[in-house]
Design a binder for this molecule. Structure first.
Ligand SMILES: [Zn+2]
Length: 315
């Protein structure tokens, strides 16, 4: 029953240094990328309108040099950008929770939801949606999901999580019914949930069951979206920590959001609460997880990006 809280990477200070310049530059780069996308789709039409290949102006080495500070030209070919994203998706080196991470493919569904596209990393549509998001964030709108953009996304997801870790008032806790739990023998004292979170959870489950995209999956496997763990007392968390001394910083938190009763671990497939990349790669592909990334916020639930099963009620 792993739960976690890890400090977000905060690049705010770094961003402020050149924020104005970035905003100015990224506008130009976004325009460049957008133009390139448009051109790639309409080149034939332009030729028909009288522009022969012979009078198409190609960038000279001089203009390449002049524009290099934007780092945009090499990225402005939409196919090149898509190829780069495909590569970074599995290879980008970054740090989280004091541990080196590789790639961002495990967060692709959350990224797609954040930037508002359902297209994969290897598409120009993904790059275009990303560049629009980058522009809004004051980042260079390269359309490339690099380290800086990834940290900005992680910072965003982390900023939406539960901040205070106070216990709920006793009258705010209810005992969830056994049918909502993954472990059908889970004792009453481990089935306590904050009333508001439990109400929202029940509404979310009803909506999922009624959704043709995920309803059949829920009917086929009754374990999906069941609650694995909800409210945990500090004493119980300490017991878990003693039992798993190697869980580490990204593992069992000293100051867990589960203390509030508003954090729920929900079954999304694979091993229920196992952070190995191989397990998470199974979880992030299940229809229920994809559904959560697109719909959970409507019910007040926000993800802990690193653990596909951990959702926090923050409304
Ligand atoms: Zn959790």
């Amino acid at each position: 029953m792993i739960s976690t809280y890890t400090q977000s990477h905060n690049n705010t200070g770094k961003m402020k240094l050149s924020r104005l310049i970035r905003i100015l530059l990224s506008g130009a780069v976004a325009a460049s990328l957008g133009l390139a996308l448009i051109q790639s789709g309409t080149l034939r039409g332009q030729t028909q309108n009288g522009r022969t290949p012979g009078n198409t102006t190609r960038p000279t080495s001089k203009t390449m040099t002049e524009r290099r500070p934007l780092e945009s030209l090499k990225s402005s070919n939409p196919r090149t950008v898509a190829t780069r994203n495909l590569q970074l998706q599995s290879e980008l080196k970054w740090m989280f929770g004091g541990k080196p991470q590789r790639g961002w493919y495990l967060y692709a569904p959350l990224v797609q939801s954040l930037i508002g596209t359902d297209q994969g990393a290897d598409t120009t549509g993904f790059a275009a949606a990303l560049s629009r998001w980058q522009l809004k964030q004051g980042l260079q709108a390269s359309g490339i999901l690099d380290e800086e953009s990834l940290y900005a996304m992680v910072g965003h997801w982390q900023s939406l999580r539960i901040r205070d870790r106070n216990y709920p008032q006793p009258d705010q806790l209810v005992t969830g019914s056994l049918e909502d739990f993954y472990d059908q023998s889970r004792p009453e004292e481990l089935r306590q949930v904050h009333l508001e979170a439990y109400t929202a959870y029940k509404q979310m489950i009803l909506a999922a069951k009624a959704d043709p995209l995920v309803g059949p999956t829920l009917a086929d496997d009754a374990k999906y979206l069941k609650i694995i763990s909800s409210f945990r007392s500090r004493e119980y968390q300490e017991k878990l920590r003693r039992e798993s001394p190697n869980a580490g910083r990204a593992g069992l938190a000293v100051n867990s959001p589960h203390f509030t009763g508003r954090a729920l671990d929900i079954y999304v497939g694979g091993e229920p609460v196992e952070t190995k990349d191989s397990n998470r790669s199974i979880q992030i592909q299940t229809p229920v997880y994809l559904w959560l990334t697109r719909n959970a916020h409507r019910f007040g639930f926000r993800p802990y990006f690193y653990e596909p099963w951990h959702w926090e009620y923050v409304r």
